[in-house]
Structure formats: C-alpha cells, structure tokens
Design a protein around this ligand. Structure first.
Ligand code: PDD
Length: 288
C-alpha cells in the first residue's frame, strides 16, 4: 500500500485523505487555477525562487489574489519535504481563485479567498533516470491550446491528450506545432542543436517561460556555447544534429527520434548530455 502523505491545504498540514476541497472550487469548475512544480534533489529544492517568481506572475496576469501563506512558501515546501522524507522527488503547488457559486464572472476577492494546495511526489533516483541514457522519442501534433501559454494554468487536457497520442504511437511525448513551427513539448520546452549551437523558441505568449530553460540557457552561455532564441520548424528539427527538452521534472532530457526519424546516430547527443550534467551540478550547488 502507498504511504499516506502529509499535504498542505490553506494553512493546515493534513493527511492526504483528510484534505478536502469544495465542489465549487473554481479550479474544478473553470480550470481557474495556476500551478508550479519544483524538483527536490538530495532533500533540497531546485530553482525555488524562479518558481515563486513565476507563480506571482501567473497570479498577476489573471488578477488572482496571492493566497494566504504566499510569503511562507519556502517554509511550507521545506516542511512537506521534511515530514514526507523526500530525498528526490517533486513538490506540486496549486492556487485557485477559491470556491464560489458557479458564475463566469470572478467572485469578489473580499468574499472569496484563494485555495492553496501543496503535495509531494516521491521519486527516488529522479536525477538518474534511465530515460536520460536512452533518450526520448517524440511525435509532432498540432498546437491547439489557448493563446496565453505563458501563464501556468491547470488547463492541461490537451497536454494530457498529447501524451496519450504519443503513447499510442509508441513514443514518450509530443512536440506541438503552430504554423509549421515547434512551440514546445506537452510539459517541457523544446530545443535543437546544430553543431555547437543550441536553438530554442524565443519567449512570448506562445510558450511557458520555463524556469529550467532560463537556467540552461544561462549555463550554456557561461560555457561559451552559442545560443539562438528563434523558432524552428519540425522539418529543421528532424535534420538537426541533436534535440532535447527541459523541465523541472525531467531536467535536461535528450530527444533521439522525431516522427520516426532518428537524430544523428539515434543515441543522446553530446551537447544534451553535457547540458544535463552542467544543469544538475550547478543547480544542486544553489539548491535550498
Ligand atoms: N511542466 N512548457 C510546458 C507546457 C510545461 O508544462 C512545463 C513544465 C515547461 C517547463 O517549465 P519548467 O522548466 O519551469 O518546469 C514548459 C511541469 C513540469 C508539469 O506540468 O509537470
């Protein structure tokens, strides 16, 4: 049987089966909520501050109030990691606009307070995943998501559908395409490598501004590698020397096949492997 976790709900630490949210919660009825996923390695949080800052931005973009406890988020994360004895894993955080009778209009923030939920996921050996040695296979699918993908909302049905389409095709994930150009993976940012140059789509409302992306591009530049922030087509990707993805849960993960086309010799490329190593080393040094 799975161990009972301690989770956080609106100020309380509770056993996971005791934490209950209203059926009127707007994240349940309207997907009116935002979230963050922060990884834990060696019991410490990776890139915590980046996730906190992006959460604040998501809340602002949606005129959502900061939940009570916002200023204590680091302590709450740490307490959950401690009581659940997480060595390697993830902390999931969600803020919704709160519980109000169903209405398209936002409730008055004076009457309705945001819901804040956090829970952990234990993932022993997260940084040593065998998938990193093997590399991922991706398919391409149309990007039919809404136009504010820079806000990290809980509207994740299409990304879920994309992962299921990938699974059905015997692959690991899907890259989404808009006007011929790759936007991002279903839950990660997408990159190709040509020679020594790392190419990834520039920031806009079309993609999530990945916290791992920001760190990886900074480390790449510090290591004197060339970085080009521009859009690339799926055809250009299939002809690239290498490809990879980044996210808080996968770190840097090589991509070895796109729509059945092998990249290079079909094994993880040297740039992806190097960036994974640098990212893990440097992030661990700054982990809190
Ligand atoms: N996903 N793009 C999308 C659409 C994402 O959902 C994510 C993160 C990223 C990478 O962002 P970051 O480096 O900040 O994790 C890019 C998380 C991990 C998830 O939904 O589980």
């Amino acid at each position: 049987m799975k161990d009972m976790r301690t989770v956080y709900l609106n100020g309380d630490y509770l056993a996971e089966d005791e934490a209950k949210v209203s059926i009127f919660d707007r994240s349940f009825l309207m997907a009116d909520g935002v979230y963050e996923v922060t990884s834990v390695l060696g019991g410490k949080l990776i890139d915590f501050d980046g996730h906190r800052v992006r959460l604040e931005r998501s809340l602002n973009e949606l005129d959502m109030q900061k939940p009570e406890g916002f200023d204590d988020l680091l302590e709450i994360h740490r307490e959950l990691v401690r009581v659940n004895e997480i060595e390697d894993g993830l902390v999931y955080l969600q803020v919704s606009r709160g519980a109000a009778d169903r209405d398209f209009m936002y409730p008055d923030p004076e009457d309705v307070k945001p819901t804040l939920v956090l829970f952990t996921q234990n993932k022993p050996g997260l940084a040593n995943s065998p998938a990193a040695a093997k590399g991922m296979k991706v398919i391409s699918i149309d990007d039919i998501r809404w136009g504010r993908r820079d806000i990290k909302t809980v509207q994740l049905l299409y990304p879920s559908m994309g992962k299921m389409m990938a699974k059905k095709a015997g692959c690991d994930d899907a890259w989404m395409i808009q006007d011929g150009f790759v936007t991002e993976g279903t839950s990660n940012n997408a990159y190709i490598v040509k020679g020594n140059k790392i190419i990834t789509r520039a920031l806009s409302n079309d993609i999530l501004h990945g916290i791992t992306r920001a760190a990886v591009l900074r480390f790449a530049r510090e290591a004197q590698m060339e970085v080009e922030e521009r859009s690339f087509t799926i055809d250009e990707a299939k002809e690239a020397d290498e490809a990879f993805i980044t996210s808080a849960s996968a770190f840097v993960m090589p991509v070895v096949e796109i729509d059945g086309v092998s990249l290079g010799d079909g094994t993880p490329g040297s740039v992806a492997k190097r960036m994974r190593e640098i990212y893990l080393d440097e992030s661990l040094k700054k982990a809190v």
